[in-house]
Design a protein. Structure first.
Lengths: 335, 335
C-alpha cells in the first residue's frame, strides 16, 4: 500500500473553452467524508458531459468536485468512518461525483463496484458512466422487457455499445443507428439485429422497414430535438422514448399530443449527475446483482477505443469531439 | 323477461354538425357475436367523445357501431355462444364499443360489470367511461401510489369527479382545477385537498404555492396544448403528465426535452376507444377487483347532474357543451 501524498496532479480547466483549456495542475489530495472512499486513480473514463463541463455548459452540481471526470478505476487508499465493507487495498471502479481527472479521487462507497473478472484498470474505468446510465434508462425508466425491441441511436458511442450489449443480453431485439457503414458493421458485431447508417437513409423509414411496420418498444436517444418527431414515429403502441442526452439540441418546435394518447406513448429520460447518493447507490446495487455476473462471464464489456495519459486529456477530448471513435476513450493515470 | 323486438329506436346523427343533427330513427336490433351480450338499455351515459363523433371529428373505429354512446346500464336479454358466466336477466353496466344511444346495445361480455350495491340504472350507466378511463390512466399508465399527489384538471367533469374520488380513496393527496368558485367548492366537497379557480389565477403558480414548491407526482390533464408547459412545471422529480383528452388543442409549439431529462419526467396518455377487447377486459377485471368493492361500500360514486329522455339527446349535448354541469349527464332510455 503506497503512502498517500498530500499533493496530487490533476487536470484543470483554465477557463471555459476548447480542449486547449485543459492543463495539469497541483492540488491537495482530498479527504474522504464519512460515507466516501479515497481512490488512487489508475484510469479514468472520458465522457461527453466532461466536454460540456469544460466548455462551461454543464456546471457541476453544488457539493460536487469542480474537477472533470465522472468515472475511475483504482485502488482504495482511505475509507471514511462509516464505510463498510470496503477496505484499503480493494480494487474498485466508481461512478464519481466529479474529480476523476486526477491522481486521487473521492467517491461515495455505495457508488463503487469491484473490477469484473479479468479486467484491468482501463477496462474497469470504462464501465460506470455507461452502465449506470443504460441500466437506469433502458431498464428502470424504459422498463425494457424480454422479447421487446429497442432502437439505439449512436450505436457506437459509449452509451450505444453498452445499450446494444445489455439489451441483447436481457432478451431484446436491437436496432442501432450510426454514421458510417464501418460503424454499422461494428453495431452488428456487437449483436445488433439491424444497423442503420443515418447519413445514407431516413432512419425512421428504414426502422419501420426492418420491423415490418411494427416499430420498436423503446427508442434510446442521445440526439434530441432533430430526431424527436421521427423517434415517436418509430414507436409501437405503448412505446417509450427515453432521452439520455440532447447532443443536437433540446428545443422541440412541434409536438402533437394526440399521437401520445392514441398510441399510448411514453416520453421520458434522465440524467445521472443530479441524482442523490442514495439513488446512485440503488442503481449500483442493481448493477451488482443483475449486470456484474454478466460482465464476470465475459458476455458484455466495454469497447476501449483509445487510451491517453492524464496529461494528454486535451487529445482525448479532441478525439471524442471528432466522433471518429467506436466505444470508449480512457485516461491512463498510473500503473 | 320481455321479448326482444326486431326493431328499436335509436338516436342517429343526420350529418356531422351541432346537437340539432341528433334525431330518433329506427333500425334492426343487433345480434350478439359469440363474445357479446345484447343489453336492453335502461340508461346511457353522455360523454365528450360523443360530441366529437357527432361533429364528425372522431370517427368510430372499424368494427364499432356507428351509433353514439360509449356506456350503458341495462338488462342482458341475449348472450353470444361463448359468453360465460353472464346470463339473460343479469343487470349490467357496460363499456360499449359504441351504440349506447339506443333501446338495445351490444357489448363484449368482458366489458360488463354488475351494478354496485344500491345503484339504479342511471347511476350505473354513469360509471364505465370515467372509471375505465381514470383507472387506466391514473393507476396503470400514471402508476399513482399511496402517499403521492395529483393535480386533476377539470375537477368537476365526469373524469375529474372520478379522478378526485379514486385518488383520495387510494391514498393520494388531490388538487383540482375548475372554472368557478362554485365548482371549486364542489371539488373540495368531493375530497380534494385544494381547488384552484383557473379563471382567477395561474393554476401552476397556485399549485406550487399549495404544495410548498414541491409540485405533484401526477398531472391528469384534459385540456392539452395550452396547459402543456405549465403542466410540466407542476411536476415534481419523477413526475408524470397523463393526457386523457386535448379539449383545447393537441399541438404543442415549444417543448424543452432537457427538463424531461433533468427532472426525469414522464409524458404519457391514452384513449380508451382504440384498445382491443382484451385490453378493455383487463381493465374491467382490475375495476372489479379493486374499485367495485369501494363502490359497493358507497365511498365513491358518480355525481349525476342531469338526466334526459333518449329523444332529448340534443339537449343533453347542449348542456355538456355549455360546461355548466358538475359531474355526469345521462339519458334515461327505459324504465
Amino acid at each position: 500500500m503506497p503512502t498517500v501524498p498530500s499533493q496530487m496532479t490533476l487536470i484543470r480547466v483554465r477557463q471555459p473553452g476548447g480542449p486547449e483549456m485543459l492543463e495539469p495542475a497541483t492540488a491537495p489530495v482530498p479527504e474522504p467524508r464519512p460515507n466516501e472512499v479515497l481512490i488512487r486513480v489508475l484510469a479514468a473514463g472520458v465522457n461527453r458531459p466532461d466536454i460540456q463541463q469544460r466548455a462551461g455548459a454543464y456546471p457541476p452540481p453544488p457539493d460536487a468536485s469542480p474537477i472533470l471526470g465522472l468515472e475511475v478505476a483504482g485502488e482504495v487508499v482511505a475509507v471514511g468512518a462509516e464505510v463498510t465493507p470496503l477496505r484499503t487495498g480493494d480494487k474498485v471502479t466508481a461512478l464519481t461525483n466529479g474529480g476523476g481527472y486526477a491522481e486521487y479521487c473521492l467517491a461515495p462507497a455505495t457508488q463503487c463496484l469491484p473490477w469484473p473478472t479479468g479486467y484491468d484498470a482501463i477496462r474497469a474505468a470504462c464501465l460506470p458512466e455507461t452502465y449506470f446510465t443504460v441500466w437506469a434508462n433502458l431498464f428502470q425508466h424504459g422498463r425494457l422487457a424480454r422479447g421487446e425491441s429497442v432502437l439505439v441511436h449512436g450505436g457506437t458511442s459509449g452509451i450505444g455499445v453498452t445499450a446494444i450489449q445489455l439489451a441483447r443480453e436481457f432478451g431484446a431485439r436491437v436496432y442501432a443507428t450510426a454514421g458510417s457503414d464501418e460503424k454499422c458493421a461494428a453495431c452488428l458485431a456487437l449483436g445488433a439485429d439491424g444497423a442503420i447508417n443515418y447519413r445514407a437513409t431516413d432512419f425512421a423509414d428504414r426502422l419501420m422497414d426492418l420491423t415490418g411496420g411494427a416499430g420498436v418498444n423503446i427508442v434510446l436517444d442521445i440526439v434530441g430535438a432533430p430526431y424527436f418527431e421521427r423517434n415517436l414515429r418509430c414507436l409501437a403502441i405503448d412505446g417509450r422514448l427515453v432521452q439520455v442526452s440532447t447532443m443536437e439540441g433540446a428545443k422541440v418546435e412541434r409536438f402533437d399530443l394526440s399521437q401520445v394518447m392514441r398510441r399510448r406513448l411514453v416520453i421520458t429520460g434522465s440524467t445521472m449527475r443530479p441524482r442523490t447518493t442514495a439513488e446512485k447507490g440503488a442503481i449500483a446495487q442493481a448493477l451488482r446483482e443483475r449486470v456484474w455476473p454478466v460482465l464476470n462471464g465475459g458476455r458484455c464489456g466495454p469497447q476501449v477505443y483509445a487510451t491517453f495519459g492524464l496529461k494528454d486529456a486535451a487529445a482525448a477530448h479532441r478525439l471524442l469531439e471528432s466522433s471518429a471513435h467506436i466505444g470508449k476513450i480512457a485516461l491512463k493515470v498510473a500503473d
